[in-house]
Design a protein around this ligand. Sequence first.
Ligand SMILES: [Zn+2]
Length: 201
Amino acid sequence: MIELAVNYRYCVDSFLRIMNKKITINNQEINYRLRRHKRAKRLRLAVYCDARVVVTKPWWVTIKQAENFIVEKADWIIRRINHFKASDNGIKRTKNDYLLNKNKALRLAIEKIEYFNRIYKFSFNKIFIKNQITRWGSCSSRGNLNFNYRIVHLEDGLLDYIIVHELCHLREMNHSKDFWNLVEYTIPDYTERRKKLRTLL
Ligand SMILES: [Zn+2]
């Protein structure tokens, strides 16, 4: 369902340069700004990342023609708006989730490291919790252990594998046979856990 709602008080095209208007498409109301621009050569439609919709028209294109253009492009406009809204919420959720869980992640990492390092007895420097997209953990050459805050959302067996993997890098800064032997010492089924983890990040 597409319907245009125009505020007729502002419809004196020759006087106004900018009009705020709205259109309802499939029960979704979209506010947009119609601009008349001296140098515009054709109708132009833009959806910005804050979901603002702006239509720019040359002086010789009528409001009616501009409106028809918006109706024609309605599907595209809604797709763009929904795309920007979805990615915006995604970022906020992740950031919020990180702030909520980073202390819990640190406590969890410390607890697990203490447990497994009673066996390995490696020396390390500091433990950091990070908000990363592509990694569960890393080990720096300075002996710092870094973990993704999302370890709080993992089942225990997978978390154990991540902790042991990074701990073993304190001894072997590579993925050699010696490294995997160290991991296998406490996580005999590490290959299965590794495969399962790959599907989660
Ligand atoms: Zn590794």
